[in-house]
Write a protein that binds this ligand. Structure first.
Ligand SMILES: *Cc1c(COP(=O)(O)O)cnc(C)c1O
Length: 239
């Protein structure tokens, strides 16, 4: 990119961060009295690492990566203070490429995947933090465990020694009824109250560019924002 393009983009991203932070604080003020901190993740797919770093420099140090290959090509260019979560569909044979670099895998929706992560984590003598991805809208095109299967999956994952469940992640259908957000929060709270050994319910990752305020209203404490920070992506894709 030309220098002027970068400067423009820099300003654009900084303005967007301000706006998103402001909107979150308004929603938080209005709807939440739990005093919980709400983390903003910058979703980086298709965004040049130098632009991603604008977000990192301006306080959005948590990054969300969808594709292993793309992440590997970008990771060395990210500022050292960046923390990375994997949020995309993950093939078991690719776990080995990210296990040492990401601090959490948000998109675990099967025992098979959890077992493969467990195996890879054991090789590196570490515990991998994960979220269970829930398909709250029951959409056939999306990843995530059906809501009926969450409890059973959580219990099965809980016994894996090198994996630690830290919470839930979901992608509600675009424009869906608000009640789905509420339902998701209910599931999160219920699992939390069950106090399953080796399961911590600390993170509810819910909300994207189109619905983050709604998600904050309904108990999210981690919103994953791409478009609203970096602008429209260079190409569209199914997530
Ligand atoms: C792309 C993506 C996002 C961000 O989407 P935007 O609508 O651009 O904010 C969030 N979560 C996941 C899992 C994604 O793949």
């Amino acid at each position: 990119m030309f220098q002027t393009d970068i400067e423009q983009k820099y300003k654009f991203v900084v303005e967007n961060i301000k706006e998103v932070c402001y909107n979150i604080s308004v929603a938080r003020e209005k709807y939440r009295n739990d005093g919980e901190n709400i983390r903003i993740m910058a979703v980086t797919k298709t965004v040049d690492p130098e632009i991603v770093n604008v977000a990192v420099k301006n306080g959005i140090t948590l990054l969300g990566e969808n594709r292993v290959q793309e992440y590997l090509s970008k990771k060395d260019k990210y500022l050292p203070e960046a923390e990375v979560h994997f949020i995309g569909r993950l093939q078991t044979n690719k776990i080995k490429y990210i296990i040492n670099d990401v601090s959490l895998i948000q998109s675990v929706d099967s025992l098979k995947l959890a077992e493969a992560i467990n195996k890879e984590a054991a090789k590196h003598d570490k515990t991998a933090d994960i979220l269970i991805e829930v398909n709250i809208g029951g959409e056939t095109t999306k990843g995530g465990i059906d809501k009926d299967g969450i409890y059973e999956l959580a219990e099965k994952i809980a016994v894996l020694p090198n994996v630690k469940v830290k919470g839930l992640m979901t992608i509600p259908p675009p424009g869906c009824d608000e009640s789905l957000f509420d339902e998701m929060h209910g599931i999160y709270c219920e699992l939390k109250s069950k106090k399953i050994e080796n399961i911590e319910m600390d993170i509810l990752s819910m909300g994207m560019s189109g619905d983050y305020e709604l998600a904050v209203k309904h108990g999210s404490n981690l919103v994953r924002i791409g478009t609203k920070l970096f602008g429209a992506r260079k190409y569209t894709e199914v997530i």
